[in-house]
Design a protein around this ligand. Sequence first.
Ligand code: NDP
Length: 285
Amino acid sequence: MSTILDGKSVADIIIAELKQKADRLAANKIIPTLAIVVATADESAKWYVRAICRTAESSKITAKVIDLGPDANAQELATALSNLADDEHVSGIILQTPLPSNVNIDDLLPLIPVSKDVDAANPASLGRLAAGLSAFAPATALAALRLLKHYQIPLAGINAVVVGRSRIVGLPAALLLLSANATVTICHSKTQDLASVTRNADVLVVAAGNAGLIGPEHVKSGAVVIDVGTNVEGNGNLVGDVQAEVANIAGALSPVPGGVGPVTTALLLEQTVLAAHHNFLKDND
Ligand code: NDP
């Protein structure tokens, strides 16, 4: 059986360090504050926001939810984001999805200043990341890399394959692997013979949102598999994109739940603390 890459224990370590950092900041009268703008009745989105708030509270970070309700319009959302951008007490900003159907998210994301863009939703953050400039990375992509780092999986020179090319997970995960000197291949829904590509992977990161997409036939013996997928089954259970049988062939595997998810939440807060501390991209907004 493969080694389990335990995200919960990695998240616990990050949170313990965050508490110490938050204490040091508090001594200087700086309270890291994460603002989450919500405009949905979607239960899973609300569950996610509550989870962030709980973890923030236990990490001595302030989480402030601005709930505009599911009928909010684009102007109300834009005003809320602009106010948070100007608020010197706000360190980080997240615009929670989904948004009301008549709102174009691409009009709103540029309103999050890069210096407060702790989940790298503003395309400018991804552009900076691609250009090798300092920027926050999307927390989920970063969580995949943090798991690999924690378990000391070597990345330089290895073959990494990412399944998924979204700008919030797959693409930034590929960029982060590239900057760690892996040789990176990105797969997507038009990739032909997916298994023949993924079988080349020493490290396989799967972020397709397609339950059970990856089976043993997609995985090289001994490969490290990071399952980013979160799919809610009819019975309410959360499952990943990777079949359970992959544990018989992979060298290491991150579970769902309990893998990338808890690390993602912890890293959102870590990036909030970093933003509070440095405000290091302020001049580039
Ligand atoms: P998107 O739907 O935006 O992107 C999915 C990507 O997977 C697309 O690039 C798509 O290809 C590709 N894809 C879909 N089906 C296949 C297939 N059969 N073969 C190959 N590629 C395929 O999803 P996200 O990137 O936002 O999220 C991906 C998963 O990660 C979801 O399950 C989501 O819930 C989860 N997630 C987990 C988080 C966490 O904290 N653990 C946080 C964020 C997301 P194409 O581009 O061609 O359409």
